[in-house]
Design a protein around this ligand. Structure first.
Ligand code: NAD
Ligand code: MG
Length: 397
């Protein structure tokens, strides 16, 4: 029997991962207590979540929305304190009474709140891969310095985590690991000819065959930049060299990733593609809890297929390897340029195939340099955004 419940802050509660997290949490009221929920602009959704989970704090993006939400919650008899802005995100990520923080804000906006949780030595459930991509070295140094427990939510990394020895301490040679195999669904355009990709619309790009996700990561899946970001994420999480991380297309998304050992053994984690599995795993680790996920029916799946990724149709994957090998500011630049290009594509201001071109041109424009501290990382991020924005503005329609 549990006597004390784990206290949680959920950053990005109104997003796809946040909603799945609250679904799992809601199944185990004896184990989890929600202390803080954050959402950027979807105030109605955040209000509903507050009514259900009664957090001590709620955080929104704008002051005006905070005033509005506070009034609504008071009218409903809730004592939730509503705060606004980036500082408030850091505040709720580092609250002394909080045990675990779900980092599920999308993009670079999640970096500083996630770092605040790391620096407060929390158990950090990391969905926000962009934070690790843009600041990998610093991020991992802070995890070690503050004794934070970092648990991957990204399904591939969670699968790798589950397939590594329980005492794995970032030394693949010692663990007998030869390489990691990250599976990729290939997204909605896996089999589409290059010519077809020219006219892709935002809604087509967001229609993922296996997973229902936020729009930014859905576009990343369609370009396969998502897998590129995940290669970089795997490098930092597991301390494996770029050459030891391979990508294999697996359209069914049933094998969530694999670890190849030197003796020829390959260990993997399988399941239905439902993010509640890695979320429940990380929430309860090292225990196991029910996640509401249907058991895997292999006979119904019938077939597991694999193929090599086509780097010509998916140049973003090659760009991510290039940035990882270059090191320094290159992954920060890659991530920033990708965020700008994807936002422009979603707004109808950039063709799908130009996303990779904008990222490549931004990497070309900015010399590789060391990023020794957070200031340097934020400066590299801002510079790359400006360069990419300029390229987007001048892109031929
Ligand atoms: P989403 O767009 O559905 O949700 C994003 C959340 O972040 C929302 O709560 C939003 O309010 C908040 N947010 C956005 N911009 C913000 C800002 N400037 N300041 C504060 N909050 C802000 O995204 P998602 O699909 O839930 O993805 C979240 C993260 O998890 C991403 O980094 C994504 O790569 C990662 N991830 C998602 C999935 C998935 O299945 N959805 C799987 C693996 C990893
Ligand atoms: Mg993933």
């Amino acid at each position: 029997m549990k006597t004390t419940r784990q206290k949680l802050t959920i950053l990005g509660a109104t997003g796809s991962i946040g909603v799945s997290t609250l679904d799992v949490v809601g199944r185990h009221p004896d184990r989890y207590e929600v202390v803080a929920l954050t959402g950027n602009s979807r105030i109605d959704a955040l209000q509903e979540q507050c009514l259900r989970h009664r957090p001590r704090y709620a955080v929104v993006g704008r002051e005006a929305d905070a005033t509005d939400l506070a009034r609504r919650l008071r009218a409903a008899g809730l004592a939730t304190e509503v705060l606004a802005g980036p500082q408030a995100l850091e505040f709720v990520a580092a609250l002394p009474e909080v045990d675990a923080v779900m980092a599920a804000i999308v993009g670079a906006a999640g970096l500083q709140p996630t770092l605040a949780a790391v620096r407060a030595g929390k158990r950090v459930l990391l969905a926000n891969k962009e934070a690790l991509v843009m600041a990998g070295e610093l991020f991992m140094a802070e995890v070690r310095a503050h004794g934070a427990v970092l648990l991957p939510i990204d399904s591939e990394h969670n699968a790798v985590f589950q397939s590594l020895p329980a005492d794995y301490a970032g030394d693949p040679a010692r663990a007998g690991v030869s390489h990691l195999l990250l599976t990729a669904s290939g997204g909605p355009f896996r089999a589409a000819p290059l010519e077809r990709l020219r006219a892709v619309t935002p809604d087509e790009a967001c229609a993922h065959p296996n997973w229902s996700m936020g729009r930014k990561i859905s576009v990343d899946s369609a370009t396969m930049m998502n897998k590129g970001l995940e290669v970089i994420e795997a490098h930092w999480l597991f301390d494996v060299a770029p050459d030891q991380i391979q990508v294999v297309i697996h359209p069914q998304s049933v094998i969530h990733s694999l670890v190849q050992y030197v003796d020829g053994s390959v260990l993997a984690e399988l399941g239905n593609p439902d993010m509640r599995t890695p979320i429940a795993h990380a929430l309860a680790w090292p225990e196991r809890i029910a996640a509401g996920v249907a058991p895997l029916d292999l006979a119904a799946v019938a077939q597991l297929n694999f193929e090599q990724p086509d780097l010509e149709r998916f140049p973003c994957l090659a760009l991510a390897y290039r940035a990882l090998r270059a090191g320094g500011n290159a992954p920060t630049v890659l991530n920033a340029a990708n965020e700008i290009a994807v936002a422009a594509f979603l707004e109808g201001g950039l063709p799908f195939l130009a996303i990779a071109d904008v990222i490549a041109a931004t990497l070309d424009a900015l010399p590789v340099a060391a990023v020794p501290d957070l200031r340097a990382i934020l400066a590299a991020d801002a510079r790359a955004r400006a360069v990419a924005q300029d390229l987007v503005a001048r892109w031929p329609a």
